[in-house]
Design a protein around this ligand. Structure first.
Ligand SMILES: NC(=O)C1=CN([C@@H]2O[C@H](COP(=O)(O)OP(=O)(O)OC[C@H]3O[C@@H](n4cnc5c(N)ncnc54)[C@H](OP(=O)(O)O)[C@@H]3O)[C@@H](O)[C@H]2O)C=CC1
Ligand SMILES: N[C@@H](CC=O)C(=O)O
Length: 391
């Protein structure tokens, strides 16, 4: 099986190395091309800067897209599918928008479009979710979907290191996105959550502009220490629920008691949980970022194609209404301005230097927090979900 790799960064070079290692499973795999930028030096014989050379090569069976971003990734994936090539990608940003278009194009061209590495890095999460859906309805998904932000929060709480220092480490380790604000501000999790919800509910979210997102940009060492004294760890999580014909989703900082799995998810690890009708709660744990875990998931997809293992078919054609009022939670808010008037409709109490807002709809909380941030750019909030991670 001949494979073309688009992009030779962390993921692309990891895929190359695993294929070259050629174990029993992968020995019949061969890298035919590696797409690099026009200004880059060709240090390997497989390297080319011409995408058409790859598209027009009849001997190339699979295209692995590992350049990241929206364009030209979207255009390259569509062209590869339309040239009759199987496509594998780790690029959640492009899938979150074009999952249905890619799936339809793959079907029309009788090829596969697989994307295991796009959510949870090396964790077989997509496969696990699809397997659960063979029997169950999955109406709730929750978890730690981002290695970089988890690494930052974990190092801050374990070693007392500063946010900026740990971010630099995460970048050096190949965990962070090209623009690490996607990791810090929660947009990377938003993409992964949308892909997961699309599959779980068979919907096509495409435009997730209204998804409430609050990242870790404003967290301080004092916040982390205060939560530690209360026996809690703070994590950046994504969660979604479906009830009847409505669903919600949110990305936000959340407190977990120290005995929970979430609180004990270290370093670049992810922990993603689903709840199914008969299987109950299922947890998926492993490295969510980094060269080899991610490349491993890509090569697993290549092997699935080689062994003709079919994944779940989804049309992404169900209509569900996004409802920001579906879930109510308690929140702690830290701000140097008086926020009591803003939250006058809700029960408030004091918790150290934080104000606790009781049982407020998630969408409303995020709307009001945007108003707080206009007055105080350094304000911070964290949720305390009453029903645990997966409800
Ligand atoms: N790193 C990780 O742990 C994970 C990453 N992913 C996803 O995998 C994808 C790749 O990520 P990663 O490998 O970390 O990113 P990198 O930035 O390390 O690698 C991307 C590579 O693609 C090259 N590239 C970008 N645009 C083009 C183009 N138009 N033509 C040719 N080459 C191009 C870049 O070149 P240049 O450096 O010159 O820009 C770079 O070498 C992303 O979508 C990311 O979200 C998914 C899971 C985990
Ligand atoms: N930047 C991402 C990479 C994997 O998806 C992360 O840190 O999780």
């Amino acid at each position: 099986m001949n494979i073309a790799i688009l992009g030779f960064g962390t993921v692309g070079s990891g895929v190359y190395k695993i294929i070259k290692k050629a174990n029993m499973q992968t020995q019949n795999l061969s890298v035919s091309h590696i797409l690099i930028r026009k200004n880059k030096q060709r240090v390997l014989p497989e390297m080319t800067d011409d995408i058409n050379e790859i598209l027009n090569d009849k001997a190339t069976d699979v295209v692995v897209e590992a350049i990241g971003g929206i364009e030209p990734a979207h255009q390259y994936i569509m062209s590869a599918l339309n040239h009759g090539k199987h496509v594998i990608t780790a690029n959640k940003a492009v899938i979150a928008i074009y999952l249905k278009e890619f799936t339809d194009a793959a079907q029309a061209n009788n090829v596969k479009f697989y994307f295991e590495a796009s959510v949870g890095g090396g964790i077989p999460w997509i496969q696990g979710l699809e397997k659960a859906l063979r029997i169950d309805s999955v109406n709730s998904i929750s978890g730690i979907f981002n290695g970089t932000s988890n690494f930052i929060l974990d190092q801050m709480s374990r070693n007392g290191e500063s946010f900026v220092d740990v971010l630099k480490k995460a970048q050096a380790l190949g965990y962070a996105e090209a623009d690490p604000s996607a990791d810090i501000d929660g947009y990377d999790i938003a993409n992964k959550l949308c892909i997961s919800a699309d599959i779980a509910y068979n919907i096509d979210i495409r435009n997730h502009q209204d998804l409430p997102i609050f990242g870790i940009r404003n967290i301080t060492s004092s916040d982390v220490k205060f939560f530690q004294r209360k026996g809690c760890s703070v994590k950046l999580i994504g969660r979604t629920r479906q009830i009847g014909n409505k669903f919600d989703y949110v990305v936000e900082t959340t407190l977990f008691l120290n005995r929970t799995l979430e609180a004990n998810t270290p370093d670049n690890y992810n922990l993603i949980s689903l709840k199914g009708d008969t299987i109950g709660k299922l947890d998926f744990f492993g490295q969510g970022a980094g060269m080899f875990p991610t490349a491993n998931a890509v090569v697993q997809d290549i092997l699935d194609i080689k062994e003709q293992k079919c994944h779940l078919k989804r049309e992404f054609d169900k209509k569900l209404e996004y409802c920001p009022e579906l879930t109510k939670d308690d929140y702690l808010v830290r701000s140097n301005v008086d926020i009591r008037d803003l939250f006058a409709d809700y029960e408030l109490s004091n918790e150290g230097s934080y104000i606790m807002v009781h049982q407020i709809p998630v969408g409303e909380m995020h709307k009001l927090m945007k108003s707080v941030l206009k007055m105080d750019k350094s304000a911070f909030m964290v949720s305390l979900p009453s029903q645990g991670a997966v409800a």
